[in-house]
Design a protein around this ligand. Structure first.
Ligand code: GLN
Length: 230
């Protein structure tokens, strides 16, 4: 299972979120602390961020730890809203840049940690790759992010073995789900981090229980049980 991170707050450099922390995503790509499925995340990475109102992405099918160009440029990329991920490909899934999260519909950036049987998902011409996560993203975009909780619960019902941790943002809102894996939240003075696992040992990190929905806006953070999850 991959690891992902979302940020909503004041403009912050991508390197400070992804590369510079003691257990940030780059460390999680070779030595995650809480990963329950898979051991390393070497099958690609992606960083999506909002620049003014436009979603922009940088994705790769190579390990994050080896990308010196990204490490050089990341301190110069600042954004108030970021979705980043490192990937451990599920067996049988393609390894290509378009299979790395975040996926986008032009409005939202979306990452999936987990696995889902593709046969329970509708075929989609809009999916960016044949990877399960891209098909799931296409379904979530099609239903709308307001219905994120309902869509995840419905897919979880159709595939009881699915793991469906989602993280998505549109520049003013950050939404996430827990369904089968870990997620933690850090409220900072300048914003909110939502991540598969803490990037440092700050005691302020709070774990999100399984089968919950996280909703962050500039003024509010809500964590609620997913409807239809029991
Ligand atoms: N199933 C997705 C993939 O193959 C996500 C994998 C994961 O979360 N490790 O990319």
């Amino acid at each position: 299972m991959c690891r992902h991170l979302g940020w909503l707050g004041a403009p912050t450099s991508v390197s400070s979120l992804v590369l510079d922390q003691p257990y940030g995503l780059v460390v999680q790509s070779y030595s995650p602390r809480r990963q329950k499925h898979g051991t390393i995340n070497a099958d690609g990475w992606g960083v999506g961020f909002f620049h003014h109102d436009t979603a922009r992405r940088w994705r790769s099918a190579a390990p994050l730890w080896g990308d010196a160009s990204f490490a050089s440029v990341a301190p110069a990329i600042e954004s108030h809203c970021v979705i980043a991920a490192v990937r451990s490909a599920t067996v049988g899934m393609p390894i290509e840049p378009s299979a790395s999260a975040p996926f986008t519909d032009g409005q939202w950036l979306l990452s999936h940690n987990g696995v889902v049987d593709r046969s329970v998902l509708p075929p989609s011409a809009a999916a960016e790759s044949t990877v399960d996560s891209a098909l799931l993203a296409a379904l979530i975009f099609d239903r709308g992010l307001d219905a994120l909780g309902e869509t995840v619960a419905e897919v979880g019902k159709a595939d009881p073995n699915a793991r469906l941790n989602i993280l998505a943002a549109n520049g003013s809102r950050l939404r996430g789900t827990t369904w089968g894996d870990t997620l933690s939240i850090l409220r900072r003075d300048d914003g909110v981090v939502v991540a598969s696992e803490p990037y440092d040992d700050d005691p302020a990190w709070q774990d999100v229980p399984d089968r919950h929905l996280v909703d962050v806006t500039d003024s509010r953070l809500q964590v609620t049980p997913l409807k239809g999850s029991s």
